[in-house]
Write a protein of this length. Structure first.
Length: 218
């Protein structure tokens, strides 16, 4: 079996594999780059949030109301738990298994309102998929290469609120992922980036997905 990784626009990603559907940072409604709306996605098993900025939380509650389990930093998970939603709180450095899916939480250098900002490594069908969330470049990224063998990494490149292309190139090298999908760019003018220039500099590892496009890992 293979893993299907779909880019839905901005930072929103849908992973499908091992019979599970996992949504990360589901900002769709109000997202000018969204390839679909929450109603188009159907049932998902889990929503993973990297942090609670509006351009990531988005439609989280839409999916939790339909029975998805929230996975995120402890303080944020507790907040959703108080609202009656299923949740799995964790913290940076930890690994959990939710409905048979291994999820590792790593760091992100950014700000947020609740808890802390994080990145994830999700294991599906024996593949390791990294979502970096919103982050600046940090030396800790070098540790990922040592502890993981990441097949696909979603990295922000839009600058201003996250790494820009130059830092993201260094992050790609440090993380050591086989393929890099740029995210968090061109959604609005302040994060406009020449993605073709980024991809050319990155070379073979670059995997530019337009919102709505998918990549199969097998
Ligand atoms: Ni943010
Ligand atoms: Mn953001």
């Amino acid at each position: 079996m293979s893993v299907k990784a779909s880019y839905l626009g901005h930072s929103a990603v849908l992973l499908e594999g091992d019979g599970k559907r996992i949504l990360i940072d589901p900002f769709l409604n109000g997202n000018p780059s969204a390839s679909c709306q929450p109603e188009d996605i159907g049932k998902v098993d889990m929503v993973l949030l990297t942090h609670d900025h509006e351009d990531h939380v988005g439609d989280t509650e839409h999916f939790l109301k339909k029975g998805a389990t929230f996975v995120g930093i402890y303080e944020l998970a507790t907040k959703y738990g108080e609202q009656g939603y299923k949740n799995e709180g964790m913290n940076i450095g930890g690994t959990i298994e939710v409905e048979g899916v291994k999820i590792h939480m790593s760091h992100a250098f950014h700000t947020c309102y609740t808890g802390d900002c994080v990145s994830f490594i999700v294991e599906l069908e024996g593949k390791q998929i990294h979502h970096a969330g919103d982050t600046g470049l940090s030396m800790e990224m070098q540790l990922l290469k040592e502890f993981f063998d990441i097949d696909l990494a979603f990295l922000p490149i839009g600058d201003r609120f996250t790494m820009g292309p130059k830092s993201a190139l260094k992050a790609a090298e440090w993380i050591g992922a086989k393929k890099i999908v740029p995210i968090h760019y061109n959604t609005w003018p302040p994060i406009a980036v020449d993605v073709n220039d980024f991809a050319a500099k990155l070379g073979d590892k670059a995997l530019v997905l337009k919102p709505g496009e998918s990549h199969e890992l097998s």
